[in-house]
Each structure stands twice: as C-alpha cells, then as structure tokens.
Design a protein around this ligand. Structure first.
Ligand code: ADP
Length: 300
C-alpha cells in the first residue's frame, strides 16, 4: 500500500493573451476549475495509474473546493478518511496560461499549511510499503510522516517545489525524485554538476537512490554502487504538461510498493509511460491515465 502525504488545491485556470503586469487588468478566456495540488495529484496517480491501494493524508477546508477534491480522489478510489477538514480555505492555485503555454501561478496554501500527522494518519503510515511526500506542506509534517514508517518501508521524497532540506529530512529519504531544476538547486552551485548523470552522482552523496525526470527526454535512475540508467520517454503529442511530474511520482511509488527498491528501473519505466500519457490530456488529476494503458505503453 501507498500513503501520499501532501497538498490538495483547486486550480483556477484562465487562458490569457499575455500575463498581466503590475496594476494591469486583462480579459481572459473562460474559467476552468479543476482538482490539483501535488499531493492529491500524486495520490490519484498512485491509485488510478499505478493500481495501488492508496491513502491520502492532507487537509481541506469546509468549502465547495473541498468537495471537488474529495470527488476527484474518490473517483480514483483513493482513501480519504485521513484527510482533516479544518476552518481554513481549501488550497487554491490561481493560474494564467499564455498562448505559448507558459503558466504564471500564485498559490494560496490555506488548509495545506495545517497538514499534520495525528494518531489516525500515523497508523495508516505505519502499515504502508511506501510513503510519498512533496514540499507544499510544512517540512515538520513531512519529517514526521517519514519517521512513522515501519522498518523496510520506503520513504520517497519528491523535492518540489524547490526549497532547502534540513538534515533531519535528508537522513530519512530512501528515493529522491527531482526534475533537473530541483536537482541543480539541491546539488548546489558548488557541485559543478552539469549533466543529469553528474547531478544524480552529486545527490547520491546524500541519499541512496535518485530519480531525475527529464521531460520529453524521459528520466534517469541512479542507485548507490550501481551505474545510472536512462529511461527514454515515449514520443507523444504534448497538449498540457501540468501534472506529468506528479503522475510520474505517484506511479513510481505504486510500483515500488510492489517491487521494493530493487525494482526501481522498472518502476521508472511505468512512471515514464504514465507521465507521457498525462501530457496528452489537459488538467492535472483529470489527465491521469488508467493502469492498463500505462502497462501497455511501458511494454511497447
Ligand atoms: P516536471 O513537470 O516535474 O518538471 P517532467 O517534465 O520531467 O516533470 O515530467 C515527468 C515525466 O513525465 C518525465 O520524466 C517523462 O517520463 C514524462 N514526460 C513529461 N513530458 C513528456 C513529453 N513531452 N513526452 C513524453 N514524456 C513526457
């Protein structure tokens, strides 16, 4: 089983001719209101695209946005009995998209600032094979979640969005998943690392396994004491890259729950296939593919 600890947001998306400057008002297209947030996206991916028994640990308000997220999580069969309902607005992302596909995003974290590991959450984490977290919730909560896992369970950290990690978090990580920007931020300017292979090697000084996602170029998997492995991506027509990284992380966690750390390369192939399918559809959770399609593409 997989437990995903993280954020849930409603994404409010508007297409704009260009992003507004300070003090400026711009007319955009129709408003889209879709379920998102890295934690909820990854939970939907682990369950629907990865086929794992998945629990989401997060926090939602008592508003309509919360209902939208619970409906999306429920449709993917994610367990939500460990989601706290609190007196804060559900997390919201304000997103404008320009014609070249560039996003400008403001996140109001709201309830996500109050995600915590209480007794019920700790019990579910202690029963999991993989605990997956990101960095859109308090770092203390991420550390607490990692510490509740049982011996032999894997803690997978998707270090996004980029921020500095305290030692107490570094020492918990079994598998670090980052894109190239996040990898460079964590390796630090002093590392001199240029290629994904260099970045992964630098990060292996801190954690036993690293996955660097490379967009249309696929991903790179590296474990201490082994040779790094490149996993190419399928060639697809990209429509909307939102949620590709989250889909990748969720499916990676689901596959690792089955195989353990020895199956990291195969997990990355499944995760890459799921990420490729996700970019062919608009939205975040709405774009997460089904497990059968993921397996079919991974085995092509
Ligand atoms: P992030 O959005 O976090 O930067 P990436 O863009 O690296 O993450 O995407 C995550 C994964 O999704 C990639 O490793 C790749 O396997 C898959 N993917 C992303 N974009 C594409 C694409 N254009 N074509 C095929 N696969 C893609």
């Amino acid at each position: 089983t997989v437990v995903v600890v993280g954020s849930a947001n409603v994404d409010l998306v508007v297409d704009v001719p260009r992003h507004p400057a300070g003090g400026e008002t711009i007319l955009g297209g129709d408003l889209r209101r879709t379920p998102g947030g890295k934690g909820a996206n990854q939970a939907v991916a682990a369950a629907r695209a990865g086929g794992a028994d998945t629990t989401f640990v997060g926090a939602l308000g008592r508003d309509e946005s919360a209902e939208l997220l619970l409906t999306s999580l429920g449709a993917a069969r994610v367990r939500t009995d460990t989601v706290d309902r609190i007196d804060a607005p559900t997390g919201t992302a304000l997103i404008t998209v320009s014609p070249d596909g560039e996003n400008a995003i403001v996140v109001a974290p709201g309830a996500n600032s109050h995600v915590r590991v209480g007794a019920a959450q700790a019990r579910r984490i202690a029963a999991a094979d993989v605990v997956l977290a990101q960095l859109e919730i308090p770092l203390d909560t991420v550390i607490a979640a990692a510490r509740e896992r049982r011996d032999g369970a894997l803690f997978v950290l998707n270090a996004a969005p980029s921020r500095e990690l305290p030692e107490a978090l570094w020492e918990q990580v079994d598998v670090l998943v980052v894109n190239e920007h996040e990898a460079a931020d964590l390796a630090g300017p002093g590392s001199g690392a240029a290629t994904p292979e260099d970045l992964a090697a630098a990060l292996l000084a801190r954690v036993p396994a690293v996955v660097v996602t490379l967009g249309a170029a696929g991903s790179l998997v590296a474990r201490r004491g082994g040779e790094p492995v490149r996993v190419p991506a399928a060639v697809v027509a990209a429509v909307d890259t939102t949620g590709a990284g989250d889909t990748y992380c969720g499916v990676l966690a689901a596959a690792l729950a089955q195989s353990g750390p020895a199956g990291l390369a195969r997990a990355a192939r499944l995760a890459g296939a799921a990420g490729a399918l996700a970019v062919t559809r608009p939205g975040a959770q709405d774009a997460v593919p089904h497990a059968a399609d993921v397996v079919a593409l991974a085995e092509e």
